[in-house]
Design a protein around this ligand. Structure first.
Ligand SMILES: C[S@@+](CC[C@H](N)C(=O)[O-])C[C@H]1O[C@@H](n2cnc3c(N)ncnc32)[C@H](O)[C@@H]1O
Length: 253
């Protein structure tokens, strides 16, 4: 059985089977109030369906990389295996940058950037009202605007295809998979000359070095004959057999 503790809730995998008594002893061993199984995460808004195996509360506060994340596991997802990437991005952000997070969720990337970098302005766009609710909570919980004394992180409820082009960013985060390439045009309209796009893709192993770059290059060229300089291709995790979740860091000139 694989498990992961999110705040004071234990997430177990499909292989978990047990009786009521087992749940109680597992909960006490791991010091959690609830045990849940994530049955599926569906659709554009990444909405979970869960089974609550023990306890009756699915809301918690999770601590990761020195950041606090308030979330309800029955309403919003938590991506296991992305923790290193969430911190890597925060450490790349330079002082004074404007960052647009196109798929902000509950602040998976935005909050570490707010906590660990000296970004001047962070626009966090999210389409799912449940995630947006927790995004706002997490900005407060981590006291990001309070510490800066101005609205340094601005949550935006909406579709990034419409919202992102309204801003001009040094860095654009595209932390979304499956159809991310459909959003390259608004990302390109948002990123400044010399700015960086972090473009996520789930890609078959043999295409890792080519397809993400080709997709970014094609849209960059269509959007004013812009040039793409690949800075890094980061492997995040195994997505499916033979398919890797990667992020391409690309400077757009
Ligand atoms: C859940 S995050 C991905 C997880 C994240 N990469 C991590 O490391 O944990 C993706 C978010 O993008 C949001 N989303 C999807 N389409 C969107 C759109 N067009 N505009 C804004 N947000 C969108 C989803 O609702 C979801 O909250």
């Amino acid at each position: 059985m694989k498990w992961k503790k999110i705040g004071d809730i234990l997430i177990v995998d499909d292989k978990f089977s047990g009786s009521e008594n087992d749940f109680e002893s597992i909960a006490s061993k791991h010091n959690v109030k609830s045990i849940v199984k994530i049955d599926s995460i569906e659709g554009q808004k990444r909405e979970p369906t869960i089974s609550l195996l023990y306890g009756n509360d699915t809301e918690t506060i999770h601590k990761e990389n020195g950041c606090l994340f308030n979330l309800d596991l029955s309403k919003v997802m938590w991506a296991k295996g992305n923790n290193n990437e969430r911190l890597r991005i925060a450490k790349l952000v330079k002082d004074g940058e404007t960052v647009v997070d196109m798929f902000a969720g509950i602040g998976y990337f935005s909050i570490p950037i707010g906590v660990h970098s000296q970004a001047k302005q962070i626009y966090s766009i999210e389409i799912n009202p449940n995630s947006y609710h927790f995004l706002k909570r997490n900005i407060e919980l981590n006291r990001i605007n309070e510490k800066a004394n101005y609205d340094r992180m601005i949550p935006i409820l909406g579709d990034c295809a419409i919202e992102a082009p309204k801003y001009s960013a040094d860095r654009v985060l595209m932390g979304y998979v499956k159809t991310t390439h459909h959003f390259l045009r608004p990302a390109m309209e948002c990123v400044k000359d010399g700015g960086i796009i972090h473009y996520h893709e789930t890609v078959p192993d043999k295409l890792i070095e080519t397809r993400p770059y080709e997709r970014v290059k094609e849209i960059a060229w269509e959007c004013g004959e812009r040039e793409v300089e690949v800075l890094n291709i980061q492997r995040i995790k195994r997505y499916a057999p033979g398919v890797e979740h990667i992020v391409l860091d690309a400077r757009i000139n």
